[in-house]
Write a protein that binds this ligand. Sequence first.
Ligand code: XMP
Length: 503
Amino acid sequence: MEKLWVVDFGSQYSLLIVRRARELGVYAELLPWNRLPEAIPPEVRGIIFSGSHASASEGPPLPESWIGQRPSLAICYSAQWLAAKAGGAVAESHAREYGPAQLELIAHSPLWRDMPVSSRVWMSHSDTIIQLPRGAKALARTADIPYAAYEIADRSVYAVQFHPEVAHTEAGATILRNFLYEICGFKGDWRPEAEIDSVIASLQRQMPDGHAIGALSGGIDSTVAALLVHRAIGERFHGVFVDTGLLRAGEVEAVLNAYQQVGLPVQRVCAEKLFLSALNGITDPELKRKTIGRLFIEVFEKEAQKLPEVRYLVQGTIYPDVVESGTGVSATIKSHHNVGGLPEKLALELVEPLRLFFKDEVRALGRKLGLPEAFLRRHPFPGPGLAVRILGEITPERVNRLRQADAIFLQVLEAHGWYDRTWQAFAVLLPQKSVGVAGDQRRYGETIALRAVNSTDGMTADPTALPQELLFEAARRILAEVPNVVRVVYDLSTKPPATIEWE
Ligand code: XMP
């Protein structure tokens, strides 16, 4: 299978390059700069060298022996490093260029096919190329920098000082498409769902015997991972769904229904009482999360012990999680476990069929495997469930109150056609009581906060500008239908500085 390699020098945008290439139908993989193989296999048709937070004079080296072997696109730091290495000159810029700049094309290049002569690009660098090496041709400039792009045609090197992978670069997708199709000659026919058979075949090799267990949370990743394993090893796979009592209204039934529709064998463990009594009296958010995590492991472990010779644990880890866990070299490395601590505790071999896929690709796999559309389009939902949306004490009454308010908000969003136009939307129950009136009586009641955000990955978010009549209708219904709620507010905070969830 033809593929693109993206060499990661630690830019915050490296993974975005992989994503963009895949969106353009080219399978791409991220390789950390300090763990590169000597040889480039034949299926690699092109290479993109990422940016970096380092400066060209002190940063990590590009693999020089690779240059000229495959068409390559060097971005930002890599463009500067290559220019300096080949005999050009790079210096610190007078003004740190960060943000939008107007790119002017000054020479023809296959990189510029279908590009306007002038367009907005995104810059993020403090060094700049002040002299090109011999054999290099300047392709574009901005008001501040003379060599915003160059090519060294006989080595098939193309270089840009700006970031074509970020959405702020107007013609970014065109530039990347030109590099991949015009210059590297990719066919561009890669689709995630075409990988299903090969993923299943490799799972069969990985699990020749013994049984596998998977914790299904109701989310898309754990479900698609389980489905793939089930297709690979059949009845040797056992799914466990722990009902914590902290899912949204009607969700347990909807989720179990979806599993049934695709023939996924899943054991439901009813543990609502156990979870609610363990959470009784806890108000600290971290302690809530820890309690839920610990109980989850206990319940799951007990189920695993009932099964014959379990050898494997199936997890829905996806590509960004893998990169964040340390395969990459960016500054934001964190360890990641979907079901924290389980594999060590149970001494099981980890099986992660979605390691190489992005979220939207997992959705495409799920669609192809027959999961219902209603299941696939649901908003993201946190592992600890409604517990992180109930500020203060978690009691069965308060869980019901929140669940009811949340269901009303989601129904109103659907009715107005806004469910799919917002990335995540939910209600939060606040412990702060305030005064209200019922008939002629004053009475204290709780507050519901409504939150709807737009985001691409949850890292940053903006409040969704929901229509006023939608918000009014949701508030009116919540106040009328949910007992003990006397006030409804709408959260207008961006992330940062706020987070999406309230706890
Ligand atoms: P925050 O609140 O950190 O949320 O801005 C970003 C995204 O992550 C989800 N989230 C969680 N998901 N376990 C999860 O599986 C958690 O403890 C958790 N906390 C937040 C949140 O719903 C949003 O999509």
